[in-house]
Ligand binder design. Structure first.
Ligand SMILES: [Zn+2]
Length: 438
């Protein structure tokens, strides 16, 4: 390692308190999604900090996009620092939203308390710690005086936890994640300080509706229950589809390994009347709402099908439709509808892509060990960058333990914040210079 790189790493080491404080500041802005609170405060906090350090800052509100309102504007921030000579642009993208705190905390979820060498709070790990590391990495690079060509970008984007359509999805459609503006993207999601996440499985959400015929609940034989029809469909899913999916195994390094097969979850089901508050008193008399006695004429279920790189979306859909058609042929009275809710195909950045290669070398230099390569069971904002941005040179890499995300007493280790900042800085240094080494 040459002297200048050594000095850069020492500079980041000396920012241990700063990266901790920045993580704390971010966690104390409760950007809970849903509904999407405090986005503007968080975006402005980031923008003002980066502007002071020489970044050109842009605020992009996803006007009219899902969730956007004057009360809760979907405000994204993109900051760009341009180097002294031409080169490539490395973009660090973090989502600023966090999920609700939920019960079971022994720390204040938005207090960002430091204990045991960790910062505790909602979003420490997913992913304000990673955001803080990427900011410290870029600031240290700029302060180092090293000749950095190209550009460094940092974005704070909204709504990742609810699909990212008003965040990265909105920006990617407008060229913020495409060449020639951007060449390499690192998303500091909490995958662990020595792991590189290459991509994710595909997803198809759909809603299946079965139809019946309404009748009096005391004479169900005069009607036709949509719930019974749905039950027949679910029986087929359990006895035929799910065993078949268990046999489909991907070659991608999905973690946890249980997700290396295709999966199906029934996210929700609803048939008949909307549930009310039912209750009785000591005599057994109803005291709450009263249901009406009817046979359900309608039943809806949301299916969450996750598929592997070896499958294709059309076949994934057709497989479900074939089962429904089979029921239509064989089961008297069976009728159905199906509609798409959302789909994304699997992404997998090749292992020899520049961003993977540079990050792997940086991990080896900082930690003295080789990285492991993984893929994610669920999608994250990489899906928009690949689909709308048409950019494949993208990974998720950042501090924190994925299993802690969305849990009570979520935390990020301070050592990990520092180590990953060093790794991000070294990777960015090589990538902006277009350095390739295999
Ligand atoms: Zn996340």
């Amino acid at each position: 390692m040459n002297k200048a790189t050594q000095a850069l790493l020492e500079r980041i080491e000396s920012k241990r308190d700063e990266v901790t404080a920045l993580t704390q500041d971010l966690v104390r802005i409760p950007t809970v999604n849903p509904p999407g609170d405090a986005y503007e405060a968080c975006a402005r906090f980031l923008g003002e900090r980066l502007q002071k350090r020489g970044f050109a800052v842009e605020y992009i509100r996803a006007l009219g996009a899902p969730g956007d309102s004057d009360l809760r504007p979907r405000l994204n921030v993109v900051a760009r620092w341009t180097g002294a000579s031409p080169g490539e642009c490395v973009h660090f993208n973090s989502h600023i939203d966090v999920v609700e705190a939920g019960p079971g905390w022994s720390f204040d979820p938005f207090g960002a308390e430091v204990a045991n060498g960790r910062v505790y709070g909602r979003g420490t790990c997913d992913m304000k710690g990673g955001l803080a590391s990427s900011i410290i990495a870029c600031e240290a690079l700029i302060e180092s005086g090293l000749p950095i060509p190209g550009a460094l970008e940092i974005s704070g984007t909204v709504d990742e936890e609810s699909g990212g359509f008003s965040g990265v999805g909105y920006l990617a459609e407008r060229g913020y994640f495409s060449q020639p503006r951007v060449h390499h993207v690192i998303i500091p999601e909490p995958l662990g300080v020595d792991r590189i996440c290459l991509g994710h499985r595909g997803v198809w959400w759909s809603e299946v509706e079965t139809r019946g015929r309404i009748a009096h609940g005391s004479m169900p034989f005069l009607g036709d229950s949509a719930i019974n029809h749905m039950s027949a469909f679910i029986h087929l899913l359990e006895t035929q589809l799910q065993p078949r999916l268990q046999g489909r195994r991907t070659a991608e390094p999905v973690e946890p390994a249980g997700a290396r097969v295709s999966t199906l979850n029934i996210n929700s089901i609803h048939g008949g009347q909307v549930p009310q508050n039912y209750s009785t008193d000591a005599r057994g008399w109803p005291t709450g709402d009263l249901p009406a006695p009817v046979v359900a004429h309608n039943c809806r279920a949301v299916l969450d099908r996750r598929f592997i790189a070896e499958e294709n979306l059309e076949a994934v859909k057709q497989e479900i439709i074939d089962m429904l058609d089979e029921l239509k042929r064989t089961r008297p009275g069976f009728d159905y509808g199906i509609r798409d809710i959302m789909s994304f195909v699997p992404t997998a950045t090749p292992k020899d892509a520049p961003v993977v290669d540079a990050t792997a070398r940086a991990i080896a230099r900082v930690l003295g060990r080789e990285p492991s390569y993984i893929a994610s069971p669920g999608t994250y904002d990489q899906k928009h960058i690949v689909r709308s941005g048409k950019l494949n040179d993208c990974i998720a890499y950042g501090p924190g333990i994925l299993d802690l995300a969305h849990q009570p007493d979520e935390y990020v280790g301070i050592q990990e914040l520092v180590d990953s900042a060093k790794i991000m800085a070294l990777a960015a240094l090589d990538l902006t210079a277009g350095k390739r080494q295999h």
